[in-house]
Design a protein around this ligand. Structure first.
Ligand code: GAP
Length: 462
């Protein structure tokens, strides 16, 4: 049973230290969120899982970390300065301002009227100024990147030559992106500052790009499965031409059921696009337009590739799986949410995060916190586990409360130290999902937990 709606996760996230509304002491900042002690661990675990899967476990992908602020010309030639727009309309009756493409049945979402101004473009790149310059100096204008992808394209040759790569190969990058969204909202689903996990996969112009989009869609559906997301809560959307970005010849969005309570439950989790050779050509000094003029007179490089077997030079085509860290985290939290009723009829929340994603892998709990020998033993066990897995010690309540707290934050195992432990050098290991308990020797505990914490295979668990 996944979460019934996003609000359930908002409240759990705040109550248990995953995500807090940002700048709350000053009344907050619309649609900005801060990740707390458990949220930052969950985000890191998602990013590490992605990096391990693509950069370590495959042989054809390298990783980079490029600047957030790039030369403004990058955004001129990528097409973002001219086209990275949302279309705005104003309601003449209530003066509300909205994205034209989000209006349903031509009705104002605030007042219900249908009296609109003409739609006009609004560039959503966030601007800043570099250096100690006058406010209106146009030469100082710079942008916070709206996608991590461009940092990859402009480094294509650097990576290809230094790592001696031949096509096909990919470059992965994870990092913050910024968009001055007109209508941010729905918790961490749409914010102005967010994090992306993008990979640009470079192939020959003669490859079957249509099939390659399908290939990456399948790969990502499997990867989401390995994060514990049920296949039934994912859907595929073939994006029609009029909704695609200017560089794309085909895009398939993987959608997640973020709004199970609504008639239209799906929203984009990530997109997989065939970007053609648009970006590498656009940043290259040698590429000519139809009239034989250089399309980029500012570039000092040619980002083409010489293919040894065919003795041909060309601009590689690109398949781009672009995922959001925050949207993945939200989908993971919603899918992991479950409720269980205990013998006393009390309903408990259990966050069934996969072992790989759980912020804390084991909680070490003393049964009697006023007994120094038990406390000492529990703390020693915590310290001995810390080098191999994330463990915490907790004695801030009775054992029932402590179990409930760990269930709610997704900790796979609770390890309880009791009076008997002082004699038999063994502890009780309690499973989060079944609530079954097992007695394990302290000397075997690290091995036992590590075996049970193995990442899920890249197919959806039952
Ligand atoms: N480089 C291609 C690109 O950026 P996109 O569909 O605009 O494509 C990719 O963004 C992913 O980044 C989205 O599927 C989503 O997961 C995430 N994303 C985009 N805008 C976002 C926002 N305002 N807030 C949170 N995540 C966002």
């Amino acid at each position: 049973m996944p979460a019934p709606n996003i609000d359930t996760i908002v409240s759990l996230a705040k109550r248990r230290g995953f995500v807090f509304p940002s700048s709350e002491v000053y009344g907050g900042l619309g649609s900005a969120w801060d990740y707390g002690p458990l949220g930052v661990e969950l985000c890191n675990n998602v990013k590490q899982s992605w990096w391990r899967w693509l950069v370590y476990e495959r042989d054809d992908i390298e990783g980079i970390d490029s600047s957030i602020i790039l030369n403004r010309l990058v955004w001129k030639y990528s097409g973002h300065e001219a086209t990275f727009n949302d279309w705005l309309i104003d309601c003449r009756k209530c003066k509300g301002r909205f994205r034209a493409d989000k209006i349903v049945d031509n009705k104002c979402p605030s007042c219900g009227a249908s009296d609109w101004t003409e739609a006009r473009p609004f560039n959503t790149m966030l601007q800043t100024k570099l250096g100690a310059v006058a406010d209106d100096d146009p030469a100082a204008l710079a942008y916070l990147r709206p996608e991590t992808a461009q940092g990859i394209f402009i480094n294509f040759l650097n990576v290809q030559t230094t790592m001696r790569r031949k096509l096909p190969f990919g470059i992965a990058q994870v990092g913050k992106s910024f968009r001055n969204e007109v209508t941010p909202g729905n918790f961490i689903l749409r914010t102005r500052e967010f994090e992306q996990m993008e990979m640009e996969y470079f192939v020959s112009p003669s490859d079957d790009h249509w099939k390659l989009v399908d290939y990456w869609v399948e790969q990502y559906v499997e990867w989401f499965g390995s994060l514990g997301i049920n296949r039934e809560n994912l859907d595929l959307y073939e994006v029609p031409e009029d909704e695609r970005a200017h560089y794309s010849k085909r895009t398939v969005d993987i959608m997640y059921r973020y709004f199970p309570e609504r008639e239209k439950p799906w929203e984009e989790l990530m997109g997989i696009a065939w970007r053609t050779d648009f970006d590498l050509s656009a940043h290259s000094k040698n590429k000519l337009d139809a009239e034989g003029k250089r399309i980029n007179p500012d570039s000092t490089e040619d980002l083409s590739y010489f293919d040894e077997p065919t003795k041909q030079r060309f601009y590689p085509h690109v398949l781009e799986p672009a995922a959001g860290v925050n949207r993945t985290v939200l989908a993971v939290l919603m899918d992991a949410y479950s409720e269980k009723t205990n013998d006393k009829g009390e309903t408990r929340v259990i966050l069934k995060l996969t072992p790989q994603l759980a912020p804390i892998k084991a909680a070490i709990l003393p049964l009697a916190k006023n007994k120094p020998e038990i406390v000492g033993m529990a703390k020693a066990i915590k310290r001995s586990l810390q080098p191999v897995l994330r463990a915490v010690y907790d004695d801030t309540g009775g054992i029932g409360k402590l179990y409930a707290r760990q269930d709610e934050i997704g900790t796979p195992f609770c390890v309880t130290v009791d009076h008997q432990s002082l004699e038999d050098e063994a502890v009780t290991v309690r499973d989060r999902d079944t609530w079954e308990q097992e007695r394990i020797k302290v000397s075997e505990l690290a091995d036992h937990l590590q075996k049970r914490l193995k990442p899920y295979p890249v197919t959806a668990p039952e």
